[in-house]
Write a protein that binds this ligand. Structure first.
Ligand code: ATP
Ligand code: MG
Length: 327
């Protein structure tokens, strides 16, 4: 069966003002089935947002896709002409950005913002747009539809703004939503609300989801599979239960040791400090010769300084890029 989305050997770089090039994504490959939820996990700077923007070719002006292929329903997004690309963006793949306040216009009422998305993609008349906007808002705000529809973004809480972004995303009935840390700035309870809303939506609209986060706790019972990124490379990819319960890359293990306390425990009462992964993520991710996690790895071997590990297939569904799996 053709996957819904297939990314092959993607490489993305940024050019600094000095003219220096730095790689942000180096050889990322994965596939996503229709209706599947893939969690993308990694520390700050690991390339999560770059990956999300590259998939839809919405990188900042100094970002560049060096090579690779991104096939969506068999069509290569990286080669798509502007007209075809516009259709794919929003209508078939919707992107929810990391920062809700940046994505919503401060001076426009919520119902009109949803209407604008519908107008851009579906070209409906004003009356139908309004009716449809209400319909979509009632999915994400079943109780206060009217009040929210008439509000401006600053009159809403962070969680409500998050829901408006979700409403925008589903308004064009996409088959894939790429959500870049949509809950990162929200409190634990609101995070749980948003996750449960997504659970309902993905069933209702048969959505595939790429859910980007730096918090592994959000992926348990939510994502079908997890892809762990380190320095722009895939460190590990496998079914969520396997990756979280029995991680096969030392970086995944380290990330899981840094889990925040379970909701309700509260940071204020914690006696012990949260562990952090020793060392710092590499500044330049161009291959220095060895595995980029080697300086921080508690299981390093001599080989790890010599060359970069390839992906090792551990089962038909689980792979990790670590030499410890090569006998
Ligand atoms: P976070 O968890 O903080 O959102 P991330 O995993 O989304 O991080 P990216 O924002 O994709 O990481 O960044 C990947 C790398 O690319 C980092 O080294 C970052 O400094 C660099 N980078 C990102 N955006 C730009 C840019 N516009 N210009 C230059 N470098 C950039
Ligand atoms: Mg990011």
């Amino acid at each position: 069966m053709t996957p819904l989305l297939e990314v092959r050997d993607l490489h993305v770089s940024y050019t600094a003002q000095t003219g220096d090039n730095s790689a942000a994504i180096e050889g990322v490959s994965f596939a996503l089935a229709a209706g599947e939820t893939l969690g993308v996990l990694g520390e700050s700077g690991s390339g999560k947002s770059t990956l999300a923007s590259a998939l839809l070719r919405v990188l900042p002006a100094n970002g560049r896709i060096e090579k690779g292929a991104v096939h969506f329903k068999g069509q290569d997004i990286l080669l798509a002409k502007p007209g075809a690309l516009e259709k794919i963006r929003g209508e078939r793949i919707a992107l929810i950005f990391q920062e809700p306040s940046q994505a919503l216009h401060p001076g426009i009422r919520i119902e009109e913002q949803i209407g604008d998305v519908l107008a851009a993609h579906k070209g409906l008349d004003r009356y139908t747009r309004r009716r449809k906007a209400r319909e979509i808002l009632s999915v994400v705000f079943p109780v206060e539809t009217e009040r929210i529809a008439k509000s401006y973004p600053h009159q809403l809480s962070g969680g409500q703004r998050g829901r408006v972004m979700i409403a925008q995303a589903i308004s064009c009935e996409p088959s894939l939503i790429v959500a870049d840390e949509p809950t990162a700035s929200l409190d634990a309870e609101t995070q749980r609300d948003i996750l449960s809303l997504f659970r309902t939506l993905r069933q209702q609209f048969k959505l595939a989801l790429i859910w980007i986060t730096h918090n592994p706790a959000l992926l348990a019972d939510f994502a079908d599979r997890v892809m762990v990124l380190y320095a722009g490379r895939v460190a590990e990819l496998g079914p969520t239960a396997n990756v979280l319960a029995a991680p096969q890359h030392p970086y995944t293990e380290a990330l899981l040791r840094c889990l925040p306390p379970a909701a309700g425990e509260g940071f204020a009462n914690r006696k012990t400090k949260l562990p952090v992964i020793f060392g710092e993520a590499p500044v330049s991710i161009y291959g220095a010769g060895g595995c980029l996690f080697e300086p921080r790895c508690n299981q390093r071997m001599e080989l790890c300084t010599k060359r970069e590990p390839d992906m090792v297939r551990l089962s038909s569904t689980h792979e990790a890029s670590c030499f410890k799996h090569i006998g």
